[in-house]
Design a protein around this ligand. Structure first.
Ligand code: DGT
Ligand code: CA
Ligand code: ZN
Length: 578
């Protein structure tokens, strides 16, 4: 065993001894020895060989024997016995914030709790709050910690990660000495789901920045607090009042290193591998600090790409799907931007299951600078979402006409999110469909159909002459519900053939059509349309996440329908209706 491994064993022995109710001084001696070993500047193997281990402060006879055994044989029966005596559930309980060996021991002795499941049941019953030395607040903390353990290893949605990442970035930018700061990793590439947040800072002196970072209010637990890298677990509450836990890594580098570190920590890993290979082909060596062998001045990330004769590749495209070849050939797309969007089509009001009225939705759209807003409430058979009967459709159209009559340069389009019935037919008869400016066709029921049935069902809708666009094409809810089974390639091909548009649903739970299939759709000539599927006035802002998907799919302004202006859209929808 090497130094780090021995240190880890000693520290674990300290915890195990405390869990066994041993004398705290004895336990502490192991913990201290562990820290001393970890910080040794000489080789632990040499000390053992020379017999000089007991000259290290804090290491007496007993510890010397145990460390020698670990270094020479890699085993220690004393440690194995301790582990065997300790229920594994105790160690899991220790991972909860605020839970130390003493508390675990109390829970075990007094309530017979020796695993996480029993602990959860006891919290739910309120037993922990009644326990001496615990109380309501501790019980609440334990429950929150349990929710986190439940989510450990799981990812969070992009919108949740951005909520925390952007707040942390704002906070860190206030600190004196922070020169440059960027979000890196999957957050910068705008992946749909995120494992952890990577933040990079350039500064002369990292210490104060590290200290401020681990002291931020959202920090739930400090995992590591080093001189140039720290890791913490942060907690926050999202848009839907759900608790989010995510790890955040902060690295501080010098300003000279910044462009290289930014590139490295942005990833993807696969993109990095390709780029490093290209550097080798040029006789350079690329790592996270440097492009060794290259004499060109590299101050910003684009300089790094330029040094390798590449056009600048935006982070969203760095997934090793041909971006380096395209950059070398000067064939990178000019990606669509949020500012290119002039309106959105798939939105709900209080007429069906939305929370805002037509007026409120329109106000919100105007505040975003939109020229038009499409209202697409649910169709008649979707009772759970208060779908509109044919009579109510007529009444809603009167309201929209009256609203539009008062507008100047802004227009509400009459749409419907019409259910695709299990057999692929539409939930309104053709003459009713004809009364709308456009039709979004979506699946909301019978998710359990076979792939053949579902694919046939969706393609039938796509081929319906009055269907303008396909809504949320897979039914997935990220990290919550899988997509239904459907052959997306066949769907995309059918859309290309029929000239039907496909939606990028920008609701951060959905984000379908996903970027991979969007890229395919573009190649086949399908027009995409970015829709927030807003059920409240502030949800129009979801559009940004749809733009992220579009950019990951290399879409340009011309590939996205709602980058068109109001007159262009009005003309195109009219043409499609007739
Ligand atoms: P995730 O899983 O959502 O956190 O995705 P990323 O891409 O943020 O992955 P993460 O946090 O493991 O690493 C951040 C970046 O650091 C990654 O995008 C590229 C870089 N990186 C990490 N490990 C490696 C590696 O082994 N090789 C290379 N070339 N790059 C790496
Ligand atoms: Ca990450
Ligand atoms: Zn829907």
């Amino acid at each position: 065993m090497d130094k780090a491994e021995v240190a880890a064993v000693l520290e674990e022995i300290a915890v195990l001894l405390e869990l066994q109710g041993e004398n705290p001084f004895r336990a502490n001696a192991y913990a201290k020895a562990g820290r001393t070993i970890a910080q040794l500047e000489v080789s632990l193997g040499d000390l053992v060989r020379d017999g000089t281990l007991d000259q290290v402060p804090g290491i007496g006879e007993t510890l010397r024997e145990k460390i020698t055994a670990l270094v020479t044989t890699g085993k220690l029966p004393f440690y194995d016995d301790l582990k065997a005596k300790t229920p594994p559930g105790w160690l899991q309980m220790l991972r909860l914030p605020g839970m130390g060996p003493k508390k675990v021991k109390t829970l075990s002795d007094q309530l017979g709790i020796d695993d996480i499941a029993k602990l959860k049941t006891a919290c739910d019953k309120g037993d922990i709050a009644k326990l001496k030395g615990f109380g309501e607040k501790t019980q609440k903390n334990i429950l929150e910690g349990l929710a986190f353990l439940d989510q450990l290893g799981n990812r969070v949605r992009l919108d949740q990660a951005l909520l925390i990442a952007e707040a942390v970035a704002q906070n860190l930018k206030q600190i004196k000495g922070v020169h440059r700061l960027e979000l890196c990793g999957s957050v910068r590439r705008r992946k749909e789901t995120i494992k952890d947040i990577d933040i990079l800072v350039s500064a002369k002196d990292a210490g104060p920045i590290m200290d401020a970072f681990v002291a931020l209010p959202m920090v739930q637990k400090v995992i590591g607090h080093g001189p140039t890298k720290s890791s913490v677990t942060m907690a926050a509450v999202d848009h839907h009042a759900a608790r989010i836990f995510i790890n955040v890594d902060l690295r501080v580098v010098s300003d000279e290193q910044f462009p290289f570190a930014l590139n490295y920590f942005t990833g993807s890993k696969e993109h990095n591998v390709r780029l490093r290979q290209r550097a080798i082909d040029y006789g350079y060596k690329l790592n996270e600090y440097d492009l060794a062998g290259c004499k060109k001045k590299i101050k910003e990330e684009p300089d790094l790409y330029a040094a390798l004769d590449l056009a600048y590749i935006l982070p969203e495209m760095r997934e090793d799907t041909g971006e380096i070849d395209a950059a070398a050939a000067g064939k990178l797309p000019h990606l669509v931007e949020l500012a290119d969007i002039h309106g959105v089509f798939h939105n709900h009001t209080t007429w069906s299951d939305g929370k805002a009225t037509l007026e409120q939705m329109a106000d919100s759209a105007k505040r975003l600078g939109y020229q038009y807003l499409g209202i697409a409430d649910h169709s008649q058979s979707l009772n759970i979402a208060n779908g509109l009967s044919i009579e109510r459709v007529k009444a809603q159209h009167k309201e929209i006409d009256a609203f539009n009559a008062k507008q100047n340069g802004f227009r509400v389009f009459k749409g419907t999110e019409c259910d695709i019935l299990p057999d692929g037919s539409m939930d309104f008869p053709d003459e009713v469909l004809a009364s709308f400016d456009y039709v979004v066709a979506s699946v909301h029921t019978h998710f359990g159909q076979t792939q053949e049935e579902m694919t046939r069902r969706i393609i039938k809708a796509i081929e319906h002459p009055q269907v303008t666009m396909l809504g949320h094409s897979t039914g997935r809810l990220l990290l919550k519900r899988d997509a239904y089974k459907v052959d997306l390639d066949a769907v995309v091909q059918a859309a290309a053939k029929a000239g039907t548009m496909i939606e990028i649903n920008a609701n951060p739970y959905r984000l379908d059509l996903d970027w991979i299939h969007c890229k395919r759709a573009k190649a086949l000539g399908v027009t995409l349309v970015i829709n927030p599927d807003a059920h409240a006035a502030d949800e129009l802002a979801f559009t940004r996440f749809g733009v992220d998907v579009a950019r990951r799919a290399w879409l340009e302004k011309t590939d996205v329908f709602n980058t068109k202006t109001l007159p262009q859209v009005a003309k195109e929808l009219e043409k499609r209706r007739t």
